[in-house]
Design a protein around this ligand. Structure first.
Ligand code: FAD
Length: 173
């Protein structure tokens, strides 16, 4: 990230354990995995125990399902929403529908809860205009956007010719 930052952007701040910090200097739950978050906050003595994220519900049932999302859960859920939006987008959208989709993506990029992710996503959208002229165009654009993040994280790229099978029709045999 250091190489890609612009003069106007705030560089990501990490604590000594490599945990990404929020802009207020506290560990950013939605920017780290749960294990990173845990490893990075254990030794922070100024954090009261009530401010760390419990792994047990108030009833002491051992569960992480009802804890605040980490970067991975937030990401998986968000991609599910984004790809599903493209899958149900009109084949031939009206000018208003195209404009709504662009506005949604712009606001999504600004409001995404992982701020380091949001900054990179906004950079991607500045370099790659959101294509909303058809369902196919929007679906492929989203797939390419997702692949950009996959590459950044060292994950395998997805074959974008199959985005619709994954997110709309189901896999062909
Ligand atoms: P995900 O990447 O969440 O994918 C879910 C499913 O989508 C996969 O199982 C696969 O079936 C399908 N899929 C995968 N690639 C594609 C594709 N190209 N097109 C269509 N379908 C596909 N995490 C970070 O750590 N750092 C970041 O900077 C970061 N930025 C993000 C930016 C955005 C806008 C979003 C929504 C998420 C971001 N994430 C980031 C989260 C990250 O992308 C993953 O969601 C998270 O790491 C969990 O990955 P996963 O392996 O479970 O699968």
């Amino acid at each position: 990230r250091e190489e890609t930052k612009t003069a106007a952007s705030v560089p990501p701040k990490k604590n000594a354990k490599g945990v990404i910090l929020d802009k207020d200097g506290k560990p950013c739950r939605t920017c780290n995995t749960l294990s990173q978050f845990r490893s990075g906050t254990k030794s922070i003595s100024h954090l009261p125990s009530s401010s760390s994220f419990p792994t047990k519900s108030p009833s002491s049932t051992p569960s992480t399902d009802d804890c605040p999302p980490d970067v991975e859960l937030l990401g998986r859920s968000s991609w599910t929403l984004l790809h599903s939006i493209t899958a149900t987008y009109p084949v031939a959208p009206s000018p208003t529908q195209q404009s709504d989709a662009k506005t949604f993506m712009s606001l999504f990029g600004k409001l995404y809860p992982c701020w380091v992710c949001a900054e990179d996503f906004q950079d991607f959208m500045a370099r790659n205009r959101v294509r909303t002229e058809s369902r196919q165009a929007f679906g492929e654009w989203m797939c390419e956007a997702h692949n950009e993040v996959n590459r950044k994280l060292g994950k395998r790229e997805f074959d974008c010719s199959r985005w619709e099978e994954r997110w709309r029709t189901g896999w062909r045999d």
